[in-house]
Design a protein around this ligand. Structure first.
Ligand SMILES: Nc1ncnc2c1ncn2[C@@H]1O[C@H](COP(=O)(O)OP(=O)(O)O)[C@@H](O)[C@H]1O
Ligand SMILES: [Mg+2]
Length: 280
């Protein structure tokens, strides 16, 4: 916490147990302030996505979730997600928090033109219709730096590139102006140049809108580019947390040291492309 920002999300003793009785997330606790950028890192299977799903009340059927996840988003009041009913959760989604997933195709309907899909949350949540709606769709696609937004709006998802699809998914996630954006491996499926562009885009959008960000990745190099603070997950438990600088420069847990080692390798690959937009 930074003191002058309000706490937006408080996760305490979060636990997710599978139907077979396996502990997938164990006693995870952290807080996230309005506008703060937190990274969640760990190898594949460490429980990152399950943590994100529990935060949004979307764990698969049969999972036993315990502990506490409290959102305190401006205008929405305080909500305990654990144990909340579907109606309460629906009112939170999109406004308190929205998620961008690794594979943009999971967020997109293959049979629907991109523009109609971006229009849907704008129509539903902001009540826009007709030309106001068309203009909002164009603006949303422009905001994620898609070239020729009118053409993209008329295209089907398979007619645009993977990077463009992820930008569309980001536009949809931002449609209701969430206080917290959860990005779960948003660049993992993209090649390294496109990764850098999408990271730069997310970084800019989060800053411009003052959104909080929970950025999830198996890759410390990527997380350290965008987050201020990180939590390291291993087998569902948080083994280390701290500022990005501390964790990268002085990792305490052997597992974190291993992540730092592999991060250095990708980091040099990212450096060339990222230096361009980091420079003033
Ligand atoms: N629907 C499910 N049913 C049972 N186990 C699951 C399910 N989804 C994920 N898991 C298990 O939960 C653990 C954490 O998975 P996940 O949160 O997806 O990891 P990560 O996102 O860090 O790669 C893994 O061991 C995975 O096999
Ligand atoms: Mg995952």
């Amino acid at each position: 916490m930074t003191g002058d920002r309000a706490t937006l999300l408080a996760v305490a003793g979060l636990h997710v147990r599978s139907p077979e009785g396996r502990d997938l997330v164990s006693d995870v606790s952290f807080t996230l302030d309005a506008g703060e950028r937190l990274g969640l890192i760990g190898e594949s299977g460490s429980g990152k996505s399950m943590t994100a799903l529990a935060i949004t009340g979307l764990t698969p059927p049969g999972m036993a979730v315990s502990g506490s996840v409290v959102f305190d988003a401006p205008g929405l009041g305080r909500t305990e997600v654990v144990g909340a009913g579907e109606r309460r959760l629906t009112s939170l989604r999109g406004r308190a928090t929205s998620t961008v997933f690794q594979e943009p195709l999971t967020a997109l309907d293959p049979l629907m033109r991109v523009g109609r899909q971006v229009a849907e949350p704008l129509r539903r949540r902001r009540g826009l219709r007709g030309r106001a709606l068309d203009a909002a769709v164009t603006a949303a696609l422009e905001e994620v730096r898609l070239p020729d937004p009118e053409r993209i709006a008329r295209a089907y998802p398979h007619e645009i590139s993977g990077g463009q699809r992820q930008r569309v998914a980001i536009a949809m996630a931002l449609a209701c102006d969430p206080a917290l954006l959860i990005a779960d491996e948003p660049t993992t499926a993209l090649d390294v140049t496109v990764q850098a562009d999408v990271l730069a885009l997310l970084d800019g959008l989060v800053r411009e809108r003052g959104m909080a960000l929970l950025f999830i990745s198996h890759d410390l190099a990527v997380v350290s580019r965008i987050a201020e603070r990180v939590i390291v997950l291993k087998n569902g438990a948080a083994v280390e947390s701290g500022s990005v600088d501390d964790v990268v420069n002085a990792p305490r847990h052997p597992y974190t040291r291993q992540l730092v080692g592999s991060a250095r390798r990708l980091d040099s690959a990212l450096d060339d492309v990222l230096d361009d937009w980091r420079a003033p």
